[in-house]
Design a protein around this ligand. Structure first.
Ligand SMILES: Cc1cc2nc3c(=O)[nH]c(=O)nc-3n(C[C@H](O)[C@H](O)[C@H](O)COP(=O)(O)OP(=O)(O)OC[C@H]3O[C@@H](n4cnc5c(N)ncnc54)[C@H](O)[C@@H]3O)c2cc1C
Length: 423
């Protein structure tokens, strides 16, 4: 539902602290909360806000015609258990809590999900020792099991592995459907949604924040602004006059799907041993709610933030990357990783080789291009990945600056965190 704001709505909300201004004949509206970005984080934040403050005037602004079509609509669809993240980090605690809250919400609102469990697989001795460490760090907290080769084979006869961690809590869900359900409830409870509204200016004064959007003649006024702009989070921060120490570098993840006759290859999700120097989990086999299996995603540098089709190049995005000093340091720091991922992205055969590590019987005709998603990953000025979730704030504005995976799983705890900060 799109709520059109205009003359009919004259002066919505609590009385403005200053006299309502008139812009081109439209009376200014004052909201208690304005949220930019209708991905899963903006939507969850709107939902938590309206639950906590049922009388608050809340507006959610989205630049696209539809909601949840960027990262939220283009991911693996996994409910993560929190295995990879440093104990004590926001990612770790939000993910663990988020998994519980996700299953609870999905159950209450009849959103299909399955707690099918996942294997993180070692295929050689070196990987086995990485897994052993990972297991020791988190085994009790997350109810993990470390299985021998024969134990793994008894569950997954097709899987090549030496050892594997079993995470029984990990599951699958359609995150876009999840976000749409949360949004519907938020709208029913009073949140206004404004789509097709690209935020171009943010002006914070001592009284309120003024937001200008493309295509909408009116300006929006709010007491608090929360920006959950995903791939554009650093740009929104810049718009609001804040200097950022990080920049979003887009990483494209390409997925293939397996032929139908291979859809019973594995019972559980199959993940490789992670390279913990990067925030990416490696090409994995993911069963989906509809029964299909996808493999992916890769993690190649992308020179466009929303270029999902072929080799698109966006000049603004490319300039932003090239003029960022941190990017050149990042290239030096992560040379090997970047080159490997670029090669995998360009060669279906190399992509297949990643899959064959787990099942040798696959051929090129067994995998077909499915889709891609682009991750918003913050990189700092020293060229390092920002591993944890990152926020920035002024008196009236809060920015979610870095919220890559597992931010879908963590959406409710992130929203609760935002509420505490913004209330
Ligand atoms: C390939 C891939 C696989 C992933 N797998 C998983 C997984 O299995 N499990 C998991 O938990 N997480 C996963 N993630 C991470 C998860 O999908 C994201 O962390 C999460 O969707 C981020 O949500 P968001 O709301 O911050 O961003 P988004 O969904 O990208 O939403 C941001 C919104 O802001 C809007 N916006 C931006 N700028 C403006 C502007 N100027 N004006 C108005 N609107 C604006 C955009 O149009 C967009 O709709 C994955 C991500 C990717 C890309």
């Amino acid at each position: 539902m799109v709520t059109l704001l205009g003359r009919g709505f004259v002066f919505f909300g609590k009385p403005c602290i200053r006299m309502p201004k008139t812009y081109w004949g439209y009376t200014a509206l004052i909201y208690d909360y304005c949220i930019v970005g209708a991905g899963i984080l903006g939507i969850s934040t709107a939902y938590q806000l309206i639950n906590k403050y049922p009388k608050a005037k809340i507006i959610l602004i989205e630049k696209e015609k539809q909601v949840a079509i960027h990262q939220t609509g283009r991911n693996s669809g996994v409910v993560h258990a929190g295995i990879y993240y440093k104990s004590g980090s926001l990612k770790s605690s939000f993910c663990i809590q988020g998994l519980r809250e996700t299953y609870q919400f999905a159950e209450q609102h009849s959103i299909p999900f399955k707690k099918i469990g996942k294997f993180i697989v070692a295929t050689n001795d070196q990987e086995s020792s990485v897994l052993e460490k990972l297991y020791q760090n988190r085994k009790d907290e997350l109810n993990l099991k470390l299985l021998s080769k024969s134990q793994v084979s008894s569950i997954e006869p097709n899987l090549r592995s030496s050892t594997a961690i079993l995470s029984p809590e990990t599951g699958i869900i359609d995150w876009q459907k999840f976000a749409q359900t949360v949004l519907k409830i938020a709208i029913d409870r009073g949140v206004k949604l404004l789509t097709n509204a690209y935020v171009t200016h943010i002006d914070e004064s001592s009284i309120c924040v003024e937001i200008t959007t493309l295509n909408n003649v009116k300006k929006i006024h709010t007491k608090k602004l929360i920006c959950c702009a995903g791939l554009h989070s650093d740009r929104l921060m810049k718009l609001s006059g804040l200097q950022s120490d990080v920049r979003i570098i887009p990483f494209k993840g390409t997925y293939f799907y397996l032929n139908k006759d291979k859809s019973n290859l594995f019972k559980k999700l199959i993940y490789p041993t992670p390279n913990l120097d990067t925030p990416f989990l490696g090409i994995h086999f993911t069963k989906h709610i509809n029964g299909s299996i996808s493999v992916g995603p890769s993690a190649s540098l992308s020179f466009t933030r929303e270029g999902y089709n072929g080799l698109q190049l966006n000049v603004k995005d490319t300039i932003d990357i090239f003029f960022y000093k941190g990017f050149w340091k990042f290239l030096m720091n992560q040379k090997k990783f970047i080159v490997n991922e670029a090669m995998i992205a360009f060669s279906k055969k190399l992509y297949l080789d990643q899959c064959k590590k787990f099942y040798n019987g696959l051929s090129l005709s067994d995998i077909h291009y499915s889709k891609c998603g682009i991750r918003a990953q913050a990189v700092d000025r020293d060229g390092n990945f920002v591993h944890d979730f990152l926020f920035a704030e002024t008196e009236k504005i809060l920015h979610v600056l870095n919220a890559p995976s597992p931010a879908a799983t963590s959406c409710f705890p992130i929203a609760e965190y935002i509420l505490k900060k913004a209330s």
